[in-house]
Design a protein around this ligand. Structure first.
Ligand code: RTP
Ligand code: MG
Length: 140
């Protein structure tokens, strides 16, 4: 199986509750390695650009408000099948539907404050990594 990289975020609802370490441990315990990591307080412009694909959705304004409400930890994760594995560990978007043992079931507050983000495909992973990191910031 191929070694992949994916982009992950620990969202403001989670950094605010001091869950950066607990969530990172769940990712690492699943076999994913953190090969880049930094804490950012994103501007509205950065959040709108990152989530541009959702700009016509009714929840877009709320999403940007939430993502600019505090610090986010942006990370690049590396491992076998990293994109799918990360999404498995994250659990469903709505924590009420997420499986037991997933990050969202364990820690998320609501569909909006759902603690983590993870890329959904190789193309989005590459674009999202490049949005937040330069090549020299990623150390595999
Ligand atoms: P993500 O992109 O954050 O990893 O999560 P996802 O694929 O499971 O969810 P997606 O459909 O891409 O939506 C992106 C984020 O928007 C927020 N959202 N709010 N209020 C709502 O109905 C609603 N729907 C989505 C969530 O925080 C979701 O993670
Ligand atoms: Mg998504």
């Amino acid at each position: 199986m191929a070694i992949e990289r994916t982009f992950s975020m620990i969202k403001p609802d989670a950094t605010r509750r001091n869950l950066t370490g607990a969530i990172t441990k769940m990712l690492e315990d699943a076999g994913l390695s953190v090969v880049a990591s930094k804490r950012v307080w994103m501007s509205r412009r950065e959040a709108e650009g990152f989530y541009a694909v959702h700009k016509e959705r009714p929840f877009f304004g709320e999403l940007v408000d939430t993502m600019t409400s505090g610090p986010t930890v942006v990370q690049v994760l590396q491992g076998e099948n990293a994109i799918a594995k990360n999404r498995e560990v994250m659990g469903a978007t709505n924590p009420e539907s997420a499986d037991e043992g997933t990050i969202r079931k364990t820690h998320a507050l609501s569909i909006g404050e759902n603690s983590v983000h993870g890329s959904d495909a190789p193309e989005t992973a590459a674009a999202e990594i490049a949005y937040w990191f330069s090549d020299t910031e990623i150390v595999g």
